[in-house]
Design a binder for this molecule. Structure first.
Ligand SMILES: *Cc1c(COP(=O)(O)O)cnc(C)c1O
Length: 392
C-alpha cells in the first residue's frame, strides 16, 4: 500500500499505530510464537509477556491485573459486559438502563436482549449537549434494575458523561455499572476505583495500537456469564488462544498514552479549540454539536445548515482532508445519526454535520488549512442548495 500524504482528521474512527508499538510487536511476529497455554519454554515466554502487558493496562486505569480480560476489541467487550451481566442476573431482575447516544455495540446488544430474551431496557434521553440527567437516571432505577451502561465519552459529538456521579448512584442502589470507555482511554484520566466502575470496555486501535484487540475490565468478585466458550484462557472467562502480538501492542500503546496524557491533552485541546472557533466564526449558519467544554480534547463536530454531510466529505477529500459525517448515508442507511437525533437536531441539520477528530499527527498548519478550505466548500455546496436560496 502507498503512504497516504493527506490530512487525517478521523481519529475517532481509528488511529495509525505508533512506531514504538510496531517495534514492540515485531519480536512476537518474528519469533515469540509459543502458545501461552503450553507447558514448554516457548509457551512460558509468551505467557510472561501477556501477564506483563495485563499489568501495564491495569495500571493505566487503576485496576489490578486480575481484573483485565482481553477480548477481540471494544465491541466484544461491550457485548460481554451487557449480555454477561444480563444472563447471570436473571433471578435478580431483567431491567437495564442505558442512553440513547451509546455506540451501536451497546445499543444493538440491548435491543437483542429486549427482542429475544425478555429484558426491559430504558434508553435515557440526553440534553442538547449530549449529557444524561442524573435525576432521570435515579428515577429510572427500580428493583428489577441489574445494570447501568453509560458511555464515558461519545464517539460522535465528544461529550464526556458524569461518570463519577453515575458510579455513585449505581453503588448506592446496588446496581452494576458498565461504561464504554473506548474513546476516553488515552485522552482522559480514568480511575475505576474512584469512579465506582464495575465493568469497562476499552480497545487498542483508538489509541495508536493494533486493531482486533481490546479488553473488558471486570471488578474483582463480579460474576457474569461467559460470551466466548471454549478453552481455559483468561482465567476460564474468555476462550481462545491469546492474540499475543495484539496484546503486546495494546500494552505499549497504553504505556505511551499514559506517559504523555497531560501533555497531549493540552496540545490537542488548544488545536481543537482553534479548529472549532475558526470554523464557527468563519461560517454562518454553523453550530457546534456536543458540550463546549466537557468534551474529548480531540473532537470537533459541527452542523452546517442547508447542505449534506456527504457533499462536505467529498469536497474535503478532493483537498486531501479525511473526515467523517454525522449522516449515515455512506454506511447504507438514510437515517441521520442516532446521536445527533438524540441531541434534538432536526433531520436537515443532522444531515449537514461534520466530525473532525484530531490526534498525534495533527499539526497546527493542518488546522489552518482546514479553516481556510472549509468556508468556500460550504459556500459552494450552499450555492447549489435550494434551501439556502430562500434565506439569502
Ligand atoms: C470504536 C468504538 C467501539 C468499537 O470498538 P472496536 O474495537 O472497533 O470493536 C465501541 N465503542 C466506542 C465508543 C467506539 O468508539
Amino acid at each position: 500500500m502507498q503512504i497516504n500524504d493527506g490530512i487525517y482528521m478521523d481519529y475517532a474512527a481509528t488511529t495509525p499505530m505508533k512506531k514504538e508499538v510496531l517495534e514492540a510487536m515485531m519480536p512476537f511476529l518474528e519469533g515469540g510464537f509459543g502458545n501461552p497455554s503450553s507447558f514448554h519454554s516457548f509457551g512460558r515466554d509468551t505467557k510472561k509477556v501477556i501477564d506483563e502487558s495485563r499489568e501495564i493496562i491495569a495500571n493505566a486505569i487503576n485496576a489490578s491485573q486480575k481484573e483485565i480480560y482481553f477480548t477481540g476489541g471494544g465491541s466484544e467487550a461491550d457485548n460481554w459486559a451487557i449480555k454477561g451481566v444480563a444472563f447471570s442476573n436473571r433471578k435478580k431482575g431483567n431491567h437495564i438502563i442505558t442512553s440513547k447516544i451509546e455506540h451501536h455495540a451497546v445499543l444493538h446488544t440491548c435491543e437483542y436482549l429486549e427482542k429475544f430474551h425478555g429484558f426491559e431496557v430504558t434508553y435515557l434521553d440526553v440534553d442538547e449537549d449530549g449529557m444524561i440527567s442524573l435525576d432521570e437516571l435515579k428515577n429510572a432505577i427500580k428493583k428489577e434494575t441489574i445494570l447501568i451502561s453509560i458511555m464515558f465519552a461519545n464517539n460522535e459529538i465528544g461529550t464526556v458523561e458524569p461518570i463519577e456521579e453515575i458510579g455513585k448512584i449505581a453503588k448506592e442502589n446496588n446496581v452494576l455499572f458498565h461504561t464504554d470507555a473506548v474513546q476516553a482511554l488515552g485522552h482522559l484520566e480514568i480511575d475505576v476505583k474512584e469512579m465506582n466502575i464495575d465493568l469497562m470496555s476499552i480497545t487498542a486501535h483508538k489509541l495508536y495500537g493494533p486493531k482486533g484487540i481490546g479488553a473488558l475490565y471486570i471488578r474483582q468478585g463480579i460474576k457474569l456469564h461467559n460470551l466466548i466458550h471454549g478453552g481455559a484462557q483468561e482465567k476460564r472467562r474468555r476462550a481462545g488462544t491469546e492474540n499475543i502480538v495484539g496484546i503486546v501492542g495494546f500494552a505499549k500503546a497504553c504505556e505511551l498514552a499514559m506517559s504523555d496524557l497531560e501533555e497531549s491533552k493540552k496540545r490537542l485541546t488548544t488545536l481543537r479549540d482553534k479548529l472549532m472557533n475558526g470554523i464557527l466564526e468563519n461560517i454562518p449558519y454553523s453550530k457546534l454539536n456536543g458540550h463546549r467544554t466537557k468534551r474529548l480534547p480531540n473532537n470537533v463536530n459541527i452542523s452546517f445548515e442547508f447542505i449534506e454531510g456527504e457533499g462536505i466529505l467529498l469536497l474535503l477529500d478532493h483537498v486531501k482532508v479525511a473526515a467523517s459525517s454525522g449522516s449515515a448515508c455512506t454506511s447504507g442507511s438514510l437515517d441521520p445519526s442516532h446521536v445527533l437525533m438524540a441531541i434534538g437536531l432536526p433531520h436537515e441539520k443532522a444531515h449537514g454535520s461534520l466530525r473532525l477528530t484530531i490526534g498525534d499527527m495533527t499539526k497546527e498548519e493542518d488546522i489552518d488549512f482546514v479553516i481556510e478550505k472549509l468556508p468556500p466548500i460550504i459556500e459552494k455546496l450552499r450555492s447549489m442548495s435550494p434551501l439556502y436560496e430562500n434565506v439569502k
